[in-house]
Design a protein around this ligand. Structure first.
Ligand code: FES
Ligand SMILES: [Fe+2]
Length: 459
């Protein structure tokens, strides 16, 4: 099954003992979390040049739907055109620069509220008020050709709308490389937010968030309730240019030495930490019946494990709902895969569902704060998506929505870490080998800040 699955390469990915740590930065300077000079360099060399997620495509379902994307004090408007294509423009009127849009909305055209210049959804200048003020109308019509909204590169992948503030950006496909192939079989573009869908400010640098979700080392410290469910010792890694993937089998993988009944029992307990498993359990129980002997005992023959039956039950359950899982491995049926799409898109993905964590620098430029978007995505049949789609809750700056237990624990710890990091006497962090993905991430970041972007990187 996994021969034609791009994700199979993660199954064979190296474990920690197989990784060459020599080129990696295991000591990370802490000024990158709080120093204004570092933040300024990061803004210019990374954020103003890198592809970044600005929305989900289903945030703009209809032609004329638009939303504002803010990056520091820069503002862009994303809009779906009459041709269905989502485009991005600098959010400034070409007359005297007024901000065209704020927030989100729907429009047949953009009309600047200052002097009523109007623009099409494709950015072309359509009309100006009182063109006679500017001399002969014919001359003005000719001159306005170059006065459309300033377009910025925008591209969609996996249901995300990526934007790059740099007009000379390399194509999104060049930035993503192989990671795009790995994401394709999940059909993320057919997933919608269900359950948690929140954006709020957090008192920590955006990289504190990215760091926290790239290691399982803190599970024993922060999430003791997850220790039994996750097995970090078997984690495997793959690095693809700027991006990375890791996977750790859930705890039942360690139950091979246990009896069939114990394995089944552990899997029945999974929904407590992986709620999506609940819908798979009926088929799992059906599968178990085949191995229950006349004396009532559950016995697995050689080659059969509870984990294997769970993977089969998951594949059957999702297929029955209409999701094509033929491009996904058995491991992707049962285990979370942790994706980091550089710089700031983190996703935990299992067949049929994903949790998105997206951290962006605070619009006011304070390196000690950021915004994060947390979004649970689930695959649903097309006809069910609109009704089940959870709207975004945009929390006011000082507010907070309590999350589920593990995320609430992370939320508190990240802000606490920032309070420690800002001590000037602390020059650097000392990473352990389990934090190899952080080391990779910070090495990649260093490359961007040194100017080694996709066009001419030396890493
Ligand atoms: S600034 Fe937009 S019409 Fe004048
Ligand atoms: Fe955590």
């Amino acid at each position: 099954m996994s021969g034609s699955c791009p994700g199979a390469c993660v199954d064979q990915g190296p474990r920690i003992a197989d990784i060459d740590f020599a080129p990696l930065r295991m000591r990370v300077p802490t000024d990158r979390y709080h120093a204004p000079a570092f933040a300024a360099q990061e803004r210019a060399r990374l954020w103003m040049r890198v592809w970044q997620v600005a929305a989900r495509a289903d945030d703009l379902p209809e032609p004329g739907d638009w939303l504002e994307y803010r990056l520091f004090d820069q503002s862009f408007v994303l809009v779906r055109g009459r041709d269905g294509v989502i485009r991005g423009f600098v959010n400034a009127c070409r007359h005297r620069g007024n901000a065209l849009c704020e927030g989100r909305g729907h429009a047949a055209r953009f009309t600047c509220p200052y002097h009523n210049w109007s623009y099409g959804l494709d950015g072309r200048l359509l009309a100006v008020a009182r063109p006679d003020f500017d001399g002969p109308v014919e001359e003005f019509v000719g001159a306005r050709e170059g006065l459309g909204l300033i377009e910025v590169p925008v591209a969609c992948l996996a249901g995300f709308v990526f934007l790059n503030p740099d007009p000379g950006a390399v194509p999104l496909a060049s930035h993503l490389g192989e990671i795009a192939d790995l994401l394709a079989p999940y059909r993320l573009e057919e997933m919608v937010p269900v359950g948690l869908h929140v954006r709020e400010a957090i008192a920590c640098n955006w990289k504190v968030v990215m760091d926290a979700f790239q290691e399982g080392y803190h599970i024993q410290g922060v999430h003791p309730e997850l220790v039994a469910a996750m097995d970090e010792s078997q984690e495997r890694y793959r690095f693809f240019g700027d991006h990375s993937v890791a996977t750790a089998p859930f705890g039942a993988a360690n139950l091979d030495g246990f009896g069939a009944e114990e394995q089944a029992c552990a899997i029945r307990g999974l929904p407590a930490v992986f709620p999506g498993v609940a819908e798979v359990l009926p088929r799992f129980e059906d599968a178990l019946c085949a191995y229950r002997e006349a004396d009532g005992q559950l016995r697995f023959p050689e080659g059969v494990t509870g984990r294997l039956l769970l993977q089969r039950a998951t594949r059957e359950t999702l297929s029955a709902k209409g999701l094509d899982v033929s491009g996904l491995t058995d491991t992707q049926m049962s285990d979370n895969h942790f994706y980091l799409v550089f710089p700031n898109l983190f996703m935990t993905i299992r067949a049929g569902e994903a949790t998105v964590i997206l951290a962006t620098p605070h619009p006011e430029g304070d390196p000690g704060r950021c915004h994060w978007l947390v979004q649970n995505l689930a695959w649903l049949p097309a006809e069910a998506r609109a009704a089940r789609r959870e709207p975004l809750r945009d929390i006011p700056e000082s507010g907070h929505v309590p999350y589920f237990l593990a995320l609430e624990q992370d939320w508190e710890m990240m802000q606490r870490q920032q309070r420690g990091l800002r001590n000037h006497a602390l020059g650097e962090m000392a990473l352990t080998r389990q934090e190899v993905r952080l080391a990779w991430f910070h090495s990649v970041l260093d490359g961007w800040l040194a100017g080694n972007d996709e066009a001419g990187r030396t890493r």
